[in-house]
Design a binder for this molecule. Sequence first.
Ligand code: TMP
Length: 210
Amino acid sequence: MARGIFITFEGIEGCGKSTQVERLRSYLVESGREVVVTREPGGCLIGEKVRDILLNPENRGMTALTELLLYEASRAQHVADVIRPALDEGKTVISDRFYDASTAYQGHARGIGADKVEELNLFATAGLRPDLTIVLDLPASEGLRRLGRDLDRIESEALDFHEKVRKGYIEIARSDPARVKVVDSSGTIETTAAEIRRIVDRFLPPRRRG
Ligand code: TMP
């Protein structure tokens, strides 16, 4: 059986990923694909426990390196438990964040360095790479405004941090344009969803009929 397609969604806080993941899931299911939706950090039992540690505002004292290694630990388990098995069964996997988030947040914004983080990313995933990555882009101030709720440990970083994350994603897209597509998400949900469908349609092989 052919390996499934692996699509990831990325972007700053409040960029509308969860809504767009759900829109794309419905679209692909309607077109006859078996789709698994998952997320990082988390996506599996152990990964979700690591997520709680990472996002808990009480863990203010966490170093950047500890943070990076916990994201990678969650990822290693997530790939082994959920992503790899689903792809092996020929399913389409959509993950709400994956390793580009570590490159943007820990590599660029925390200052660990993109090269070092990318090395760890491939170590944690045993070389698994997304086939297509959608980066939803909008100004950091607009993303934070859209959140409109109590902020977790990472969300409550200063605006400057989130602008660095945004620049990090743009840099990732520049260095890997075949895989990473930037979509403006400052407009309506429908405009953004239509642009994502256009990109995915161009990318996915047509389904066999009958
Ligand atoms: P979420 O809000 O999209 O669920 O993501 C959780 C938070 O974790 C978000 O602030 C981004 C951050 N994050 C990283 O800093 N590094 C990573 O590798 C991942 C996957 C998420």
